[in-house]
Design a protein around this ligand. Structure first.
Ligand code: NAD
Length: 247
């Protein structure tokens, strides 16, 4: 098993790619904290996994909430080896691409949430002798798009660079940090325009592999970067996009 004996927190694990990563991590021997705002959905993910998983309510925009989740993880599982900063909201969660409120909300969840998670997880990882952080960015951390608020691109670009900063600053502590950049995947819960079948069909036409990705295809990339198989990989970015950014 590729994560035997490891303890992981996955933010946004009640749904989508976070839930897929939680299932795959548990299959590979990890204890998993499914951390999310959505208690009922998170509870269902835990029910499917069984005793290796535990739900903790987390609002990634609230620093005290992160402190509580890290403390609960240490209390129940005794250590913290892996953090997956996965929670996020869509760039089309607001219709008005110049919404100021949208700017603040998207940045708070997608960028500040990663800062808080990193800040509180590294303390626990240093105490345990090291760890691995995987940050969810996007192809939209590389390129612009027509239908997403610029805060989505700014936040995912920020995550890409926050990843490199964490990698450089904590290599000495035995902590690796890498980012994953999915392309077109099943629509996010908060997606507006980007969930439109016509918009999706247009996007898919432009992907060299001519299809959307599946959640397990991203979860497997997260698994690799979180595992000891990636022991000499830090500060890098892994595109999981069917070749979309290679054009
Ligand atoms: P999703 O909407 O299915 O899941 C996101 C999860 O984050 C949800 O469970 C949600 O409740 C949680 N969340 C949102 N705000 C939160 C908060 N304040 N505190 C705690 N949890 C919160 O979306 P997904 O497709 O699984 O997306 C996961 C990550 O992948 C996101 O960071 C997203 O930006 C990124 N991503 C998604 C796509 C895509 O097309 N779906 C593509 C590239 C990158």
């Amino acid at each position: 098993m590729r994560l035997a004996g490891k303890v992981a927190i996955i933010s946004g694990a009640a749904s989508g790619m976070g839930a897929a990563a939680a299932r795959i991590f548990a299959r590979e021997g990890a204890k998993v904290v499914v951390a999310d705002l959505l208690e009922a959905e998170g509870g269902k993910v835990v029910d499917v996994i069984g005793a290796a998983a535990r739900f903790e309510r987390l609002d990634v925009t609230d620093e005290t909430s992160w402190e509580a989740v890290v403390a609960a993880t240490l209390r129940h599982f005794g250590r913290l080896d892996i953090l997956v900063n996965n929670a996020g909201i869509s760039g089309s969660s607001v219709a008005d691409l110049y919404s100021t409120e949208g700017w603040h909300r998207i940045m708070a969840v997608n960028a500040t949430g990663v800062f808080f998670g990193t800040k509180h997880a590294v303390k626990a990882m240093i105490a345990g002798g090291g760890g691995a952080i995987v940050n969810m960015s996007s192809i939209h951390g590389f390129v612009g798009s027509e239908g997403s608020h610029m805060a989505y691109h700014a936040s995912k670009g920020a995550v890409r660079l926050m990843t490199k900063t964490t990698a450089v600053q904590h290599a000495k502590d035995g902590i690796r940090c890498n980012s994953v950049h999915p392309g077109t995947m099943p629509a996010m819960r908060t997606a507006g325009r980007s969930a439109d079948p016509v918009v999706r069909a247009e996007r898919i036409k432009a992907i060299p592999m001519r299809r959307a990705g599946e959640v397990d295809e991203v979860a497997n990339a997260i698994l690799f970067l979180a595992s000891d198989e990636a022991s000499y990989i830090t500060g890098t970015e892994l595109l999981v996009d069917g070749g979309a950014v290679a054009i």
